[in-house]
Ligand binder design. Structure first.
Ligand code: DGY
Length: 321
């Protein structure tokens, strides 16, 4: 019986780091995540589970794993796929991979911001159609960033890294968190706290970095889009369900906002059909942390946490209260 189940092959360095952790069972996806029934079968009796954001770790899975399970090491910073309270109740450790993907994700947020305000993907698609064109003073006009306002929803590590980059573009930063940042963090960013409603009304760019929780699900709904500027862009590199995708498509068609950049999707990996024919949407398939260096760092961090938990030590990124 394997000691560890890994729910998808990681980059080579991380796979090599599993050596010495006993017998390791690896699900060989993609293109699909491990099917739920197969996951429930293969997790039975393991001591460690190295999971991805696609695997739901809940009471059913913990029952299937049985009492041998000591640790669930998530290969992600986000842990909305894990019922941490239930794990804690059963004495199962839970870890994530913070810090190592902060800068890569902030870069991707900026890639989407720039793509949206300057219509990059639309321009690329246009040229590939070989439609005749000539430089025109009115062609594919976007919006300026210099002197405008960026609103960061969820100003934790990644939100702050995104805000830092905004200073280089000459933007002013406002943010929304449940609690204001300490002055030593907000000060260097020149960042000012706003209520959510005030932030979305004031911002020219809204960048989403909050975790997915019951209170952030569909935070961006029809009412939110109605409050935003018609020239505003929304970028989501956090979790898909924070945005109501149907409401977003309607808002874009109605001209309530200018454009949207999406790295994550409400029913990932499915993409809402209403978004597909909208030129004002730029989409990438959840690539926030997808750099060689970052994925290596994430994989190694997940394996280090797993190894610590299996050895009875306190993992570096322990999340149980
Ligand atoms: C995470 O780690 O939560 C990211 O979404 C993966 O890129």
């Amino acid at each position: 019986m394997p000691d560890v189940l890994v729910t998808r092959r990681m980059v080579d360095a991380a796979m090599s780091a599993l050596t010495g952790l006993g017998e390791v069972d690896v699900y060989e996806g993609p293109p699909t995540a491990i099917p739920r029934a197969e996951l429930l079968t293969r997790v039975a009796g393991v001591r460690g589970l190295l999971a991805l954001l696609t695997e739901r770790v809940d009471a059913e899975l913990l029952d299937a794993a049985g009492p041998s399970l000591r640790i669930v090491a998530n290969h992600a910073v986000g842990v909305d796929n894990i019922d941490i309270a239930e794990c804690t109740r059963r004495g199962v450790l839970v870890t994530n991979t913070p810090d190592v993907l902060t800068e890569a994700t902030a870069d991707l947020a900026w890639a989407l911001i720039l793509a949206c305000v300057r219509r990059i993907a639309e321009g690329d698609r246009f040229l590939r159609t070989a439609t005749p064109w000539i430089w025109d003073p009115r062609m594919m006009l976007g919006h300026d960033l210099y002197g405008r306002v960026i609103g960061i929803v969820g100003c934790g590590r990644i939100g702050q890294a995104t805000a830092r980059r905004a200073l280089g573009f000459g933007m002013r930063v406002v943010y929304h968190n449940s609690r204001p940042l300490p002055p030593e963090v907000a000060g260097p960013l020149g960042a000012t706290w706003r209520s959510f409603d005030d932030l979305i009304a004031e911002s020219d760019v809204v960048s989403v970095h909050c975790p997915l929780t019951p209170s952030t699900r569909h935070l961006f709904d029809a009412a939110a889009f109605a409050r935003m500027k018609p020239t505003a862009v929304l970028v989501n590199t956090a979790r898909g369900p924070v945005v109501d995708e149907l409401a977003l498509a309607k808002a874009l068609r109605a001209g309530e906002i200018f454009a949207a950049g999406l790295d994550v999707f409400e029913r990932e990996p499915e993409v809402e059909a209403e978004l597909l024919d909208l030129d004002a949407v730029t989409m990438v398939p959840h690539l926030g942390s997808a750099t060689v260096g970052t994925r290596e760092a994430m994989g190694l961090r997940a394996v280090q946490n797993l190894a610590a938990g299996l050895a009875g030590a306190r993992p570096r990124d322990l999340l149980n209260p």
